[in-house]
Ligand binder design. Structure first.
Ligand SMILES: Cc1cc2nc3c(=O)[nH]c(=O)nc-3n(C[C@H](O)[C@H](O)[C@H](O)COP(=O)(O)OP(=O)(O)OC[C@H]3O[C@@H](n4cnc5c(N)ncnc54)[C@H](O)[C@@H]3O)c2cc1C
Ligand code: FES
Length: 339
C-alpha cells in the first residue's frame, strides 16, 4: 500500500510506514510542525527480493561497498527522500517485514540520482542481518524520513568536524555543507587502524585541513580524535565551532576538550529510538537539566549541556536482550548454513 498526502510546505517530506506507528501517531498530521506527506507500507519481498522494478514495494539498494568486515555502505534509491534530505538528518529503516526499525544517519544524498547513502556498522542482530541480506538489487522494506532537525550550519568562520566510529560517515554531509557555505573546515576522523579508514579522498576534497587519528598510528597521528582536536586548537586560536558525531564516550570527551576554550560544541545523540515521532519517549535525553527527545528535538544538541552519563546508562538498559537476540539469530543462521 502506498498513500501520498501532499505537504503544504513543499520542502520538508516525511515518509511514514503505517506499520511502524501506533494508531495515535498515524492520526497525527503534524510532527512538531513538519508535514507528513507520505505513508508507505512495503511488502514481504524486502531485502531478499531480487527483481528490482520501480513498482515493486520497498526501496532498491543500488550500490553497496564494504569498508571492512563490520562497516558497509548502502546506496538506496528514494528520489523524494533524496530531494528532502539535509545534513544532520536521519532515517528509520526496516530491512524486511519482520525486521526491527533502526535509525541511521543520512551519510550522503544525491538529488540528481535520487539516492541516499547509509553507512552501517554491524554491531548487533539487525545490523548484522542487514549486512548479510542487503545486496545490490535487494530492497529495504521501509525507509522513513528525513527525520530530525537539520544541522544549523549558521555563520561559523572556522569549524572542526569530528567523526569517530559509526560517526565518521554521518559527519560528512555537515562538513561538506560548512565548506559550501564558505567556512574554513578542519576535519578530524578517528579509526582503530589504517585498514578501517574510508572516504579519505572524499573528506579531503571538502576540508581545508584533514586530520586522521588511529589508535595504533598506522595512519595519520597516533591517538584519539581528542588528540586531533588538540592539534587543531594549537594551530588555530580562532575556531568558533566544533561538531562531533560518534560513540557517546567520544562525544563527551570532545565536549570536555572544547569546554575550557569556550568553543560552541554540537553533538549528535544516538539513544535507542522506537517510533521516531516524539511519542514513545524511548529516545529521551537530559540536556541542560531538561528532558528532550532526540528524534524530534535533535538529534543535535549543545554538547556542553548533555548528560552523557545518563545517555550511556540508558543505552545499556537492553544489553541482555540485545545479546540474546544476536545469539538466537546467529544460532538460527548456523542451523541454516549446516542444512
Ligand atoms: C539518530 C541516530 C543515528 C544513527 N546513525 C547510525 C549510522 O549512520 N550508522 C550506524 O551504524 N549506526 C547508527 N546509529 C546506531 C544504530 O541505530 C544502532 O547501532 C542499531 O540500532 C543497532 O541495532 P542492532 O540490532 O544491530 O544492535 P543491538 O542489538 O540493538 O545493539 C548491539 C550493541 O550496539 C550498541 N548500540 C545499540 N544501539 C545503539 C545506538 N543507538 N547507538 C550506539 N550504539 C548502539 C550497543 O552497545 C549494543 O549493545 C544511529 C542511531 C541514532 C539514534
Ligand atoms: S523515538 Fe520515540 S520519542 Fe523519540
Amino acid at each position: 500500500m502506498r498513500i501520498m498526502i501532499n505537504g503544504a510546505d513543499g520542502g520538508l517530506y516525511y515518509f511514514l510506514s503505517s506499520e511502524m506507528l501506533p494508531a495515535p501517531a498515524r492520526r497525527r498530521s503534524n510532527l512538531r510542525g513538519k508535514n507528513v506527506i507520505e505513508t508507505v507500507q512495503a511488502g514481504d519481498q524486502a531485502c531478499l527480493a531480487s527483481a528490482a522494478s520501480e513498482s515493486a514495494p520497498g526501496f532498491e539498494i543500488t550500490a553497496r561497498e564494504d569498508f571492512s568486515d563490520v562497516t558497509y555502505l548502502l546506496e538506496v534509491r528514494h528520489p523524494m527522500l533524496a530531494r528532502a534530505a539535509a545534513p544532520g538528518q536521519f532515517v528509520i529503516v526496516i530491512s524486511h517485514e519482520r525486521g526491527e526499525r533502526i535509525p541511521l544517519t543520512i551519510a550522503d544524498f544525491d538529488r540528481n540520482e535520487g539516492t541516499i547513502t547509509l553507512v552501517v556498522q554491524a554491531v548487533g542482530k539487525t545490523t548484522r542481518e542487514m549486512q548479510q541480506r542487503c545486496q545490490v538489487g535487494a530492497r529495504l522494506s521501509s525507509v522513513v524520513g528525513p527525520m530530525g532537525i537539520p544541522s544549523g550550519i549558521g555563520n561559523a568562520r572556522k569549524v572542526v568536524c569530528v567523526g569517530g566510529g559509526l560517526g565518521v560517515a554521518p559527519i560528512f554531509p555537515q562538513l561538506r555543507a560548512f565548506k559550501q557555505s564558505g567556512t574554513y573546515v578542519i576535519g578530524v576522523v578517528g579509526f582503530r587502524n589504517r585498514e578501517l579508514v574510508f572516504w579519505e579522498e572524499k573528506f579531503k576534497e571538502h576540508c581545508d585541513e584533514f586530520i586522521i587519528c588511529t589508535d595504533d598510528g598506522s595512519a595519520g597521528i597516533k591517538g584519539l580524535v581528542t588528540d586531533g582536536i588538540r592539534v587543531a586548537l594549537q594551530r588555530h586560536a580562532d575556531i568558533d565551532k566544533l561538531v562531533a558525531i560518534g560513540p557517546p564516550i567520544m562525544m563527551k570527551a570532545c565536549a570536555e576538550t572544547t569546554r575550557p576554550h569556550g568553543i560552541a560544541t554540537t553533538v549528535s545523540l544516538n539513544p535507542i529510538m522506537v517510533d521516531g515521532t516524539g511519542m514513545c519517549g524511548g529516545c529521551r535525553v537530559q540536556v541542560g537539566g531538561e528532558t528532550r527527545f532526540a528524534c524530534v528535538d535533535g538529534p543535535e544538541f549543545d554538547g556542553h549541556k548533555v548528560d552523557f552519563d545518563d545517555l550511556m546508562s540508558r543505552l545499556r538498559r537492553f544489553s541482555a536482550h540485545e545479546k540474546l537476540a544476536l545469539e538466537t539469530w546467529s544460532a538460527a543462521r548456523r542451523g541454516v548454513t549446516q542444512d
